[in-house]
Design a protein around this ligand. Structure first.
Ligand SMILES: Nc1ncnc2c1ncn2[C@@H]1O[C@H](COP(=O)(O)OP(=O)(O)OP(=O)(O)O)[C@@H](O)[C@H]1O
Length: 260
């Protein structure tokens, strides 16, 4: 059982920004959401997280409509890192990561030891242990991004929703983060712009265009030159990496894809 989207649609400002999309991740898999700017990736993540409700179709957690699941229960199961996540108050890194434990606290405070362990592990996994006592406002953009990921990990969710988690990160941290996410025993839906990173790390991909799903399957099934030209309007060559068996995409500079 896992988090599912069943033919979800979302009308915003008189326009369908998500148009009849279904997503049914296998437990533990990492699904990459691809698509150009404005194609609906963030909107779909908002629907899956319960931040927004679909205008049609349903988001379902363990076969129950998410809207009918108690907030606290949903918050224990699903962790979300949205784009441009910020915090107004100046907290220490450790305190922000500890916010991920709130859904686990009972009326009498919960298990402090479990909270401390989860926070320490999340800091360690994201390479932030040495920054635990640092103030949020003194962090770089990439460090802030990792703090939000750490908060989500401290939540120890079953479902992880990440909206472009690698923007702001240097290449080493991009690779570390996606490797970490893939190795977690957690179902993950991750919106990505980098097709090569998606090809390298995701078990499957869903490609959106104008709010609708245009392709779904393994990276090798989905990432063809034809699909890339259709969706992104650029020319690309795709080869299969001998070592990993994953597609590798090379773009042709200055050569536009077919006009649409
Ligand atoms: N508050 C809003 N009201 C109406 N439409 C909106 C609103 N926010 C976003 N949209 C529209 O919804 C569509 C989908 O946006 P969304 O942010 O989901 O795309 P995205 O694929 O995540 O884009 P990006 O890659 O640029 O982050 C866009 O056309 C956008 O203009």
């Amino acid at each position: 059982m896992t988090l599912e989207a069943r033919e979800v649609a979302w009308e915003r400002g008189g326009r369908l920004v998500v148009d009849g999309v279904s997503l049914r991740p296998r437990p533990g898999e990492t699904i990459g959401l691809l698509g150009p700017n404005g194609s609906g990736k963030s909107s779909l993540i908002r629907l899956l997280s319960g931040i927004a409700r679909p205008t049609a179709g349903a988001v379902v957690l363990d076969d129950r409509p998410l809207a009918a699941v108690a907030r606290r229960e949903a918050a224990r199961a699903i962790a979300t890192v949205t784009q441009h996540a910020d915090t107004a108050v100046d907290l220490m890194v450790r305190d922000i990561v500890a916010l991920g434990r709130i859904p686990h606290r009972g009326a009498f405070g919960g298990d402090r030891r479990a909270d401390d362990d989860a926070v320490a592990e999340a800091l360690e996994r994201t390479g932030l242990t040495a920054k635990a006592g640092e103030s949020w406002h003194r962090l770089s953009g990439g460090e802030r991004q990792r703090v939000h990921i750490a908060r989500a990990l401290a939540q120890r969710p079953r479902e992880l929703l990440l909206d472009e988690p690698t923007n702001h990160l240097d290449i080493r941290h991009q690779l570390d983060l996606l490797r970490l996410v893939c190795d977690l025993p957690v179902t993950t839906v991750v919106a990505l712009h980098d097709l090569n990173l998606a090809a390298m790390f995701c078990d499957s991909l869903l490609v959106l265009k104008h709010g609708g799903a245009v392709a779904a399957g393994t990276p090798a099934e989905v990432l063809t030159p034809e699909l890339i030209a259709e969706v992104y309007e650029v020319s690309a060559a795709v080869s299969i990496d001998a070592a990993t068996g994953r597609p590798q995409i090379t773009f042709t500079p200055g050569e536009p894809g077919p006009a649409r």
